[in-house]
Structure formats: C-alpha cells, structure tokens
Design a protein around this ligand. Structure first.
Ligand code: NDP
Length: 275
C-alpha cells in the first residue's frame, strides 16, 4: 500500500524514532506517540504535515483510547500499529521486588495490549492493517537476570500468537519482532537495575555487566531494523516472528534446537502419561 498511516508507541527514542523516520521517509503519515511530546518536537518539525505528535503513556488508563481517537481524527485510519514502548529490568527473580515486576508487565505487556484493544475496532472496520509487537530475543529464551523482562516479552508473544489467529479472518497481520542487541537508549536510561544480592554474583553478575557495557557497542542498526520490518510486512506471507540481528538468529536457533532435542529425549516419558 502506498499511503499508510503508522502509529508508533515509544517514538521519542531508539527503535520507535527510527521506525518513525523510516515511515516518514516512505511518505507515510505517522502518529508518533510518547510520554512527553517535547521529545518528539524535532521529529515532528521534519515533516509537520505527515506527523501527529501524540502524548501517550501506555500504562495510563484511557490514554490509548484518546491517542487512537486523535489518530483517527487526524488521518482517518491506522495501517500499521507498532507496539514498541518498553524498558528492561535487570536482576535475579529474588532481587526483583513485586512492584518492579508488575511495573515491567504494565509497560511491556499490558501497555501493548491496551493500545491494541483501542486500535482494533478501527482495524477490523477497515478489513486491513498490521500489528507489530516489538518483543526481543528475550521473548523466546531467557537467562539469569532477565526473568522479569523475559516474562513481559513471553507474555506479549503468547498474546500475539493467539491474536494472529483471531485477526487473520479480518485481513489483519500480526508480526512479532525479536531483536538482538540494537544501538538505542535501552541500555543507558531505560534499563532498571535491581539491588544486587551477592548470592547471585556468579549467575546474574555477567548479565548485569553485559547490560551496563553494551551501550553504544550494540551491533544492530535501528534504521535497518525498520527496513526489515517493512519488508516482512510487505511479503505475501508475513512471518509470525522476525528475528533481527545475527545474534538473535543464532540464539533463537540454538534455543529452538535445544527445545527440540529435549522434547525428543523426553517424549517417551511424556507420552506414557495417558490413561
Ligand atoms: P529506548 O530506551 O531507546 O526507547 C524506549 C521507548 O519506550 C522510549 O521512547 C520511551 O519513552 C518509551 N516508553 C517507555 N515506557 C513507556 C510508557 N510507559 N509509555 C510510553 N512510552 C514508554 O529503547 P529501545 O528503542 O531499544 O526500546 C524499544 C523496544 O525495543 C522495547 O520494547 C525494547 O524492549 C525492545 N528491544 C530493544 C532491544 C535493543 O537492543 N535495543 C532488543 C530487544 C528488544 P520515554 O522517552 O518517555 O522514556
């Protein structure tokens, strides 16, 4: 489709900003949503006729409906919804207070669901569109220190997989994106480190160190991620999942192989449980 309307959450930084710039460059209209629209000023100034800078905190009740309403008032439709807003918690499960775990779920999972629910009536009425949920390679596998983050992304992926089946009859695609390490602000401001318990120094320590040190050295280019997502959306058969980056491809492949090997090894035991 030539003239699309992209609605992007977390458009003030990193991936979201790159997706917005890509869409503007393609001549699309963009609803750039962020908690503070001050951070969207430069983006909006680049293409004022194409961009609606919209305040949206995905965790605030009612914000999603207002933002979707504003998008429809201004542009009349939404073709691509990108649920991108998110941040990361780093810490062992025991180190992570329930309040931090709930907050992680509120933004990365419930926030995406809220915006999706607000947009769906319009997408179903159009009989077309795509929902792009920015997960992570941590949405397929996890490691010590990323329990809360992975829980939020696994939840997002589970919901997305069901959604894909529910929306296919309406002509709406669902794409789960699983990036590896990309050069955004995630590792600087947007990573919340839980207070360290020395008992987890050996297991979680390396993850903590990686999360600190990755800033500005991540191999992935968000602008190229935008192009890859657009390519997947334009394909006749859009994949349910798209890994981004060689690190994501390698790690998800390794995980899938281990999953299959374990399933085969234990299948004889598993199937002996029927009446
Ligand atoms: P950034 O920190 O650069 O951007 C995160 C964006 O999310 C910001 O625009 C931020 O807005 C926004 N945001 C955070 N909380 C909320 C909220 N409650 N409501 C609305 N917006 C919010 O990081 P990335 O670009 O890397 O992150 C984007 C997505 O990509 C996340 O979902 C992340 O999990 C995912 N991802 C990133 C990877 C990477 O290596 N960079 C790897 C895998 C996945 P504000 O300016 O208001 O803080």
């Amino acid at each position: 489709m030539s003239e699309q309307v992209w609605f992007i959450t977390g458009a003030s930084s990193g991936f979201g900003e790159a997706f917005a710039r890509y869409a503007i460059g393609q001549g699309h209209r963009v609803v750039a949503a962020a908690r503070s629209i001050d951070k969207l000023a430069a983006l909006a100034a680049e293409a004022p006729g194409q961009v609606l800078a919209q305040p949206l905190d995905v965790t605030k009740a009612g914000d999603a409906e207002v933002a979707v309403g504003a998008a429809l008032d201004r542009f009349g439709r939404i073709d691509v919804l990108v649920n991108n807003a998110g941040y990361g918690v780093v810490g062992a499960v025991e180190e992570t207070p329930m309040s931090e775990l709930r907050a992680q779920m509120e933004t990365n999972f419930f926030g995406a669901v809220a915006v999706t629910q607000a947009a769906l009536p319009a997408l179903r009425a159009q009989g077309s569109g795509a929902i792009v949920n920015i997960s992570s390679l941590g949405g397929q596998l996890s490691m010590p220190g990323f329990g809360a983050y992975s829980a939020s992304k696994f939840a997002l992926e589970g919901m997305s997989e069901a959604l894909a089946g529910e929306l296919a009859p309406f002509g709406i695609k669902v794409l789960i994106v699983e990036p590896g390490a990309f050069r955004t602000n995630l590792a600087s401001g947007a990573m919340r480190h839980m207070p360290a318990n020395p008992a987890y120094a050996e297991t979680v320590g390396p993850t903590r160190e990686f999360a600190h040190s990755m800033h500005d050295t991540q191999p992935g280019d968000p602008a190229k991620a935008a192009r890859a997502i657009a390519k997947a959306l334009a394909a006749d058969v859009t994949p349910l999942r798209l890994q981004l980056g060689a690190d994501a491809v390698d790690m998800v492949r390794g995980h899938a192989e281990r999953l299959l090997a374990e399933l085969e090894a234990w299948a004889p035991v598993a199937v002996e449980t029927t009446f």
